[in-house]
Design a binder for this molecule. Structure first.
Ligand code: FAD
Ligand code: MLT
Ligand code: ZN
Length: 472
């Protein structure tokens, strides 16, 4: 039974139709916990509007009734942002029925899509018109454009194309009072005052509901080469990315770091993967070069760069993928880390960033501090070197109790975030604050920044009905 009044329920049913309203406890379940099973909540209902007008009607009704809304896309977020609290009074607003392409303007290099479109379908739509939509991440088969925007998602191609913020020209947003802001402009230049779209990008559903976006398209990739490289240290990774950038410029489109621990988890838990090398090595990077020209001499560039790195001892060993299947196999080793770590018990996720040059020191000192304070914890370090973004995830010591390990989560987090601060870093590079880092942000962000953020929230959502308990 829903806790909403009969009158509100009836009005919501009229707004979204039978197909857009779920109150049955069984059918609501998949909307109430996240991909990892790390967060679980309750809801009065799940609403699935099919158009911007329906979203606006729902938001107006909920504003009048004082009912809080939790926007949700593919529910792949990693910090509990899309999960309601456990009061059972909130409504989950799923955008997944809004997945139309509204316009493609090849000459303007833009595509306009609705927020519920799955990222992979957007990539495919771009490919159909001979273009590239470059955002690329492990959850692309189920995450949505709205979720990517609301979290300002990053992923593996940021070093060349930027994050979701950089890929967006315009937005359509249903404001907390139910009015629709039509900011769907495909302009690369517009200096008519504050750039409002940037308020909503990265706002994690706390300022309004994103319903559509104008996104940038890029020339399609026609040549690609991928290598798996063994390294002695994170310092070598920083040196190698510098050398490869100097040599390849914008053709360097992927540079992903992985510790041996990360790769071991994947080898243990993900079916069909294998170690490219006979020997084990402490660190690896996956390098991707791409070009818009067919038959671009990428292998020659790669061989030149890796040859020099091997000679200098910056790289220890390297394999270059010889087929599409091998390219996929190398990426599977990288993209499998999240899933593999889930099989090792609770994982404490920290998606920090520091200046690229500080990565080696950060890893060395934070590893040492953690091993001293929490002997035996397994540090699963991987990430997007070009963005200074490390997924510095912690798994419990082998054989330890889940409960005892979880009880240390807060103290472990403190060690990692104190180090992050010391290196002038950020406690969230790409996943956002959601529920998991909301309180930490209160501690680690500057008071003036928090004050300004709170003022923005109050200005746009004075009743506090947009995703309460998240981000701020
Ligand atoms: P959800 O999880 O549904 O929601 C995320 C947040 O956005 C919530 O706060 C929600 O309230 C809000 N929201 C959703 N839709 C809307 C909307 N239309 N309007 C307003 N607010 C909305 N992230 C990266 O940045 N880089 C990575 O490399 C990366 N890799 C990942 C790999 C895996 C295997 C997984 C599971 C996740 C990964 N993520 C990564 C996390 C990432 O945040 C998401 O995958 C994605 O951006 C979230 O999209 P979603 O549609 O699933 O959003
Ligand atoms: C990734 O890059 O794989 C994700 O952002 C990290 C994660 O799942 O922790
Ligand atoms: Zn990531």
């Amino acid at each position: 039974m829903s806790g909403l009044s009969d009158a509100l329920l009836q009005a919501l049913r009229e707004a979204v139709g039978e197909a857009g309203l779920i109150t049955d406890a069984e059918r609501m379940q998949s909307y109430l916990s996240d991909w990892r099973g790390a967060y679980r909540g309750q809801a009065a209902a799940v609403l699935r509007p099919a158009s911007t007008e329906e979203v606006a009607a729902v938001v107006r009704l909920c504003a009048q009734a004082g009912v809080a809304l939790v926007p949700q896309g593919g529910n792949t977020g990693l910090c509990g942002g899309s999960i309601p609290d456990d009061s059972g009074a909130q409504i989950v607003l799923s955008l997944t029925r809004m997945k139309r392409i509204r316009a493609v303007d090849v000459a303007n290099a833009t595509i306009t899509v609705e927020a519920g479109m799955i990222l992979q379908q957007l990539q495919e739509a771009a490919a159909e018109v001979g273009r590239l939509f470059p955002l690329s991440l492990g959850a692309e088969g189920s995450c949505t454009v709205g979720g990517n925007l609301a979290t300002n998602a990053g992923g593996t191609a940021v070093l060349r194309y930027g994050n979701m913020r950089d890929l967006t020209l315009g937005l359509e947003v249903v404001l907390p009072d139910g009015r629709v802001w039509d900011g769907l402009r495909g302009l690369r230049k517009d200096n008519t005052g504050y750039d409002l779209k940037h308020l909503f990008i990265g706002s994690e559903g706390t300022l309004g509901i994103i319903t559509a976006a104008v996104l940038k398209l890029f020339p399609a990739v026609r040549s690609l080469t991928t290598a798996w490289v063994a390294l002695p240290s994170p310092q070598a990774a920083v040196e190698l990315i510098g050398q490869m950038r100097g040599l390849c410029g914008d053709r360097l489109t992927g540079f992903e770091l992985m510790s041996r621990q990360s790769v071991e988890f994947v080898l243990r838990h993900v079916a069909g993967v294998s170690d490219p090398f006979a020997e084990t090595h402490p660190w690896y990077v996956l390098i991707e070069l791409s070009d818009t020209q067919p038959n671009a001499p990428l292998n020659e560039l790669l061989e030149q760069g890796l040859g020099a790195a091997l000679e200098q001892g910056v790289a220890l060993d390297a394999v270059v993928a010889a087929s599409d299947a091998q390219v996929r196999a190398l990426w599977a080793l990288r993209e499998g880390i999240s899933e593999a770590q889930n099989h090792e018990g609770p994982s404490l996720k920290h998606d920090i960033s520091v200046p690229v040059s500080r990565i080696p020191d950060f890893i060395e000192r934070t590893d040492a501090a953690l091993q001293q304070a929490f002997p035996g914890v397994r540090i699963v370090t991987y990430g997007h070197v070009g963005d200074g973004n490390l997924h510095y995830n912690i798994s419990k010591p082998a054989g330890a109790e889940d409960g005892a390990f979880k009880a240390q989560a807060e103290a472990i987090m403190r060690v990692i975030y104190d180090q992050t601060l010391r290196y002038a870093g950020s406690i969230s590079a790409e996943h956002g604050l959601g529920q998991s880092k909301r309180l930490a942000a209160q501690h680690y962000k500057a008071p003036l920044e928090l004050e300004l953020m709170t003022r923005v929230k109050q200005a746009l959502d004075p009743a506090g009905l947009m995703n309460p308990g998240k981000l701020l």
